[in-house]
Design a protein around this ligand. Structure first.
Ligand SMILES: Cc1cc2nc3c(=O)[nH]c(=O)nc-3n(C[C@H](O)[C@H](O)[C@H](O)COP(=O)(O)OP(=O)(O)OC[C@H]3O[C@@H](n4cnc5c(N)ncnc54)[C@H](O)[C@@H]3O)c2cc1C
Length: 390
């Protein structure tokens, strides 16, 4: 008889995990807290070769290119002079695919369509609240009063994981890092043609990055340093205007195009960045965490989605070769944690440089980043060239 698995969360990892587990004979069902028409995320993200090479087994990557910007980057100083270039041609040759930027909503959408097409049931409006283990089964309880039972449960419910809270109530809350990931979308007559790269400028008082999608839409991103964690009503009502005003001021002496993009954005993205405390265990009994729920990572080096996808490969391989799920979960953590922590450390390093507000430190930072980028292409093999090894 098929082993059954409950998957909590239909973000990036949930649907791809269900597909991986179906291949090895599990019957998977996914439970997502949001409703089906409320799964649109404003943000866009870079999906790098280590993630793309997993995703492409289930989703035709051409679909992701329906709305995208390239991952190549060109770096400019505040006078508009190009100082470095990070071209993804090397990635294509080395890993077969190259980084692209896509909207997170599309990544989720295609993952869900692939799962649905494979006959996997995704339940919406199912907010997981607690679980119980008995008689060789785990039962999940949802806010609407319904339940579901299976042999195992995998928490793919992201950074604010309720599965994690229920498993390890003693773990500290996630920490606000004083940085807000910002960005947006704009339509600007001067920038209506797709660009071949992301243009990253180290302006007088901060960096500004933008590209133009294949549909002629400007996608821009930036960071906003804010000492106080924004309250929910601020995020909802005032934060976006606060960010627009602040950034327009920061870039007032840079290329006037930047302020124009910021002011004319029809959508502004603002996500406070958090650190998830290191968990000593990612599993307990019949329940295991993967992706952001196990090891949330700041977006500074664009690896959260790709790490979550890597997790799906490893846990499925282990559940295939170990009938005892406890052993599979334990090996999963021991195989994944060192790599994930190394990537998190790199992301924190980049994040720390972004909180430097002292103009002299920022001046050196901006120039050093430009210098190092040229040297780094091959040094990123350890991240982008990941493959599963037994
Ligand atoms: C602004 C921003 C920029 C980013 N940029 C990048 C980038 O460039 N590159 C990159 O690789 N990563 C990036 N990331 C990170 C990336 O989005 C995450 O690491 C990735 O989505 C993790 O996948 P996941 O499946 O673990 O969690 P998620 O994709 O967050 O999915 C979690 C799902 O669980 C659902 N859920 C939550 N609670 C419950 C509950 N109680 N019951 C049921 N369902 C629940 C949620 O609604 C969601 O659908 C960025 C993140 C942000 C916020």
């Amino acid at each position: 008889m098929n082993r059954k698995v409950i998957i909590i969360g239909a973000g990036v990892a949930g649907p791809i995990l269900a597909l991986q587990l179906k291949k090895i004979g599990f019957a998977a069902e996914i439970f997502e807290s949001r409703s089906e028409d409320n799964t649109k995320e404003g943000a866009f993200l870079g999906l790098t070769p280590n993630g793309l090479n997993i995703f492409k087994e289930f989703v035709d990557l051409r679909l992701l290119k329906e709305d995208y910007t390239p991952g190549s980057m060109k770096f400019f100083n505040s006078k508009g002079k190009q100082i470095a270039e990070l071209d993804t041609a090397y990635q294509k040759q080395q890993y077969g695919v190259e980084t692209i930027q896509i909207k997170r909503a599309n990544l989720n959408k295609y993952a869900r369509i692939a799962a649905k097409d494979a006959g996997i049931k995704i339940w919406y409006d199912k907010k997981f609240v607690r679980y119980h283990e008995a008689s060789e089964q785990v039962t999940a309880y949802f806010a609407d009063g319904t339940t579901a039972s299976a042999d195992i449960m995998i928490g793919c419910d992201g950074m604010f994981s309720e599965v994690r809270n229920q498993l390890f109530p003693e773990v500290f809350a996630i920490q606000y890092t004083k940085l807000i990931s910002t960005g947006g979308y704009a339509k600007i007559p001067e920038l209506s043609k797709p660009l071949d790269s992301i243009r990253m400028t180290f302006g007088e008082r901060g960096f500004f990055a933008y590209s133009v999608s294949n549909h002629g839409e400007v996608w821009w991103f930036n960071n906003y340093f804010r000492e106080q964690q924004p309250k929910p009503h601020e995020i909802e009502k005032t934060l976006k205007t606060e960010i627009q005003d602040y950034l327009a001021n920061v870039h007032k002496n840079d290329d006037p195009l930047f302020s124009k993009i910021i002011k004319n954005s029809h959508e502004i993205i603002a996500y406070p960045i958090y650190d998830v405390p290191r968990l000593s265990h990612w599993y307990k009994g019949r329940v295991c965490l993967i992706g952001d729920a196990a090891h949330g990572i700041s977006p500074h080096i664009g690896q959260g989605a790709s790490l979550a996808l890597e997790d799906t490969v490893v846990i499925a391989e282990l559940l295939k070769s170990h009938k005892d799920y406890g052993t599979a979960f334990q090996i999963f953590q021991s195989k994944r944690q060192p790599r994930v922590e190394k990537v998190i450390k790199s992301a924190r390093k980049v994040g720390d440089t972004k909180t430097k507000t002292n103009p002299i430190a920022a001046w050196f930072r901006d120039r050093l980043i430009g210098f190092f980028i040229g040297k780094q292409i091959q040094q990123l093999d350890w991240i982008y060239g990941w493959t599963y090894s037994k």
